[in-house]
Design a binder for this molecule. Structure first.
Ligand code: DAT
Ligand code: MG
Length: 141
């Protein structure tokens, strides 16, 4: 079983889509093992998106992700990283197919509702940025 980090981004929070997004992920059989609502500060955003530091959209990305509260979650399940990425759809909602969160709920490439770790390695690093070990439950509750 894998664990992965999901963020429900400020646009999804503003649009009242948190419940819908969580529901879609739970329906895939993923178990919520940690969850909190927070507003990311600049330092956390810089660390979370460090891999994008040199991209032209980096400043806009940090401004957006720190612009309001988010929900951070750790989800656990078989192939969690891949299942979450497939449920999200492509980064650009215009290219994400129907049936995916981004494809169905829209937005644009800068405001695409959800973050999900893109590999097991980044999942481990990202989970540790948001949660301490004692905040994460075993999935057999
Ligand atoms: P994903 O969120 O699908 O993993 P990513 O890791 O490539 O996508 O990029 C991280 C975030 O950065 C993405 O969710 C939105 C923003 N972003 C990516 N490409 C962008 C672009 N071309 N213009 C503006 N924002 C972009
Ligand atoms: Mg990514």
């Amino acid at each position: 079983m894998e664990r992965s980090l999901v963020l429900i981004k400020p646009d999804a929070m503003r649009r009242g889509l948190a419940g819908e997004i969580i529901s879609r992920l739970e329906s895939k059989g993923l178990k919520i093992v940690a969850m909190k609502m927070l507003r990311m500060d600049n330092a956390l955003a810089q660390r979370h998106y460090a891999v994008h530091k040199n991209k032209p959209f980096f400043d806009e990305l940090v401004d957006f992700i720190t612009s309001g509260p988010i929900i951070a979650m750790v989800l656990q399940g078989d192939n969690a990283v891949k299942v979450i990425r497939q449920t999200m759809g492509e980064t650009d909602p215009a290219k994400a197919p129907p049936g995916t969160i981004r494809g169905d709920l829209g937005g644009d490439v800068s405001h695409n509702l959800i973050h999900g770790s893109d590999s097991l390695e980044s999942a481990e690093n990202e989970v540790a940025l948001f949660f301490s070990a004692k905040e994460i439950f075993a999935p057999d509750y």
